[in-house]
Design a protein around this ligand. Structure first.
Ligand code: 5GP
Length: 175
């Protein structure tokens, strides 16, 4: 079985969560199973080793899990893109709109130096709003966002296309 198929079959679809009519893609079984966890990280390592990256930026909270392991494997530093109000030092924020209302992501002002080559990673791309906001934030700090990556793309929501339309390269393991 091919690695992508292996990951895909372990992702759990949870109907009607967080609300009726929505099917949530739950990646916790992929992390729980040591073989799929390794295959997942290795797919990212295979893609990014030798790409002259400086940092991995992971999005709160599932992006921390894959992003930090990936950073460690690639001998890179890791920086968190957090939800509002969680970071203790000086921060910059970027707002984005949700179905109802707004949300924002924050980073420490000193988390990236201008010109650093950064891989941005999260678990899933739905509308793309989260990754777009995170990328804007990184770019405001002077980062070169080399790629936006995720485990899962939901292409019917157009998010990965929107991220590409903003000029970013996008990679997802499966859809
Ligand atoms: P977007 O901003 O692209 O609309 O939504 C993506 C964000 O919401 C990601 O941070 C992701 O963790 C979370 N998210 C939305 N839907 C799902 C889902 O079905 N499964 C998982 N694992 N995360 C989701």
């Amino acid at each position: 079985i091919d690695p992508t198929q292996y990951i895909r079959q372990i992702i759990r679809n949870v109907p009607d969560w967080p609300k009726p009519g929505v099917t949530f893609r739950d990646i916790t079984p992929v992390l729980q199973d040591p073989r799929s966890f390794r295959v997942l990280i290795d797919l990212f390592v295979y893609r990014y080793m030798g790409q002259k990256l400086d940092l991995v930026a992971g999005v709160d909270a599932r992006g921390f899990i894959v992003g930090s392991v990936l950073a460690y494997e690639l001998n890179l530093g890791f920086v968190p893109v957090r939800k509002k109000g969680k970071l203790p030092f000086n921060t910059v924020a970027e707002e984005y709109s949700l179905e109802y209302g707004n949300a924002s992501v924050e980073m420490h002002t000193d988390s990236v130096r201008p010109g650093q080559r950064v891989l941005l990673i999260d678990d899933l791309i739905a509308t793309g709003g989260t990754l777009l906001a995170a990328a804007r934030l990184l770019q405001r700090l002077g980062a070169n966002v080399v790629e936006a990556a995720a485990i899962i793309d939901l292409p019917e929501l157009g998010g990965s296309q929107a991220v590409k339309d903003s000029g970013l390269s996008v990679y997802t393991v499966c859809s």
